[in-house]
Design a protein around this ligand. Structure first.
Ligand SMILES: [Zn+2]
Length: 306
């Protein structure tokens, strides 16, 4: 059966690209996820080092009619592949970028800065493709009948997450996110009826819950930050990344069908990630859920929503 949406993981790692023999399954490139819809539309989420091989594929096999690239934020691991994205240098290729400003610095300036001396010798003005760079915040965008909604994530600086809905299928991409970081995890998952008799802090939590869970609600696929283990998390809480237990718990609460653990820590081997998937699956059973959990992998076949 043909897929309505096909999802390809070109880069799955957080923080920095790595390469060694122990990561041949999951891969070592930084964040980049491609989505191809059955109407021929190509979307890309983030431009980490994983966008480099995607660019090579496009150069060999042909560039789509147009390409939209959604950037979550400007930390290196999400934009460092862009100066090496060969199709951007080819006249005639049509590329639209979407991303958020960083304070008073526009999204376009943010992309320009990493391609300036002394950081890089080739300027953004060398991109000869037909490039459009659009600053967005929380909004809804329609691209060839694919609805894309953006929301701010909990991560240092301004960071977006994206939800895509098309023909009844949905994919949520939150690669860098530490939801409800100011609250004890067990407090978050308490069901409360109405806002009567709640203190201000709990009312604020309920507002945050309502916004976050409606964003991920019933997603067929949630690609979510799971950089840390619960054991590591103690010293890293507040850094803007989730541990896998938090990712599993929010996904279950949001009635997600398939959670894809993402933004693997640079120290993690294939074996470590396999263990994280196993432990995550155990949490799902302990919570009485049926959600599927896998970890994003650059070497496994693409995911297909049919
Ligand atoms: Zn990151």
């Amino acid at each position: 059966m043909n897929s309505i949406l096909e999802i390809v993981f070109w880069g799955v790692r957080g923080s920095l690209p790595i390469s060694n023999a122990d990561i041949s399954n999951y891969g070592g490139s930084t964040s980049c996820v491609g989505v191809i819809a059955d109407n021929g539309t190509h979307l890309v989420f983030d431009g980490g080092s994983g966008i480099h091989p995607l660019g090579i594929k496009y150069m060999k096999e042909g560039f789509p009619a147009d390409l939209s690239i959604f950037i979550t934020h400007a930390h290196w691991d999400h934009i460092q592949g862009l100066p090496f994205f060969a199709p951007a240098f080819v006249p005639g290729n049509k590329i639209r970028f979407f991303g958020c400003n960083q304070g008073t610095v526009s999204f376009k300036e943010v992309l320009k800065h990493q391609m300036e001396n002394p950081y890089f010798p080739v300027k953004l003005s060398s991109w000869l493709a037909d490039i459009d760079i659009e600053s967005i915040g929380e909004t809804t965008i329609d691209i060839n009948d694919i609805k894309i909604v953006s929301t701010y994530a909990e991560h240092p600086g301004m960071t977006l997450g994206y939800r895509l809905d098309y023909k009844g299928k949905s994919v949520v991409y939150l690669p860098d996110n530490e939801p409800f970081s100011k609250y004890d995890m067990e407090t978050v998952f308490v069901e409360r009826d109405g806002n009567d008799d709640l203190d201000m802090e709990t009312m604020f939590l309920e507002d945050q819950k309502s916004k976050f869970f409606s964003f991920i609600n019933n997603a067929d696929l949630l690609i979510h930050d799971a950089q840390y283990t619960p054991e590591e998390y103690g010293s890293k809480a507040g850094w803007g990344h989730s541990n896998f237990e938090l990712a599993v718990r929010v996904a279950l609460y949001g009635k997600v069908k398939h959670l894809v653990l993402f933004h693997h820590d640079a120290s993690r081997s294939d074996k470590d990630i396999d263990e994280i998937v196993e432990r995550s699956t155990q949490i799902v059973s302990q919570q009485g859920g049926v959600m599927k959990v896998t970890a994003a992998s650059q070497s496994r076949p693409s995911l297909k929503l049919t």
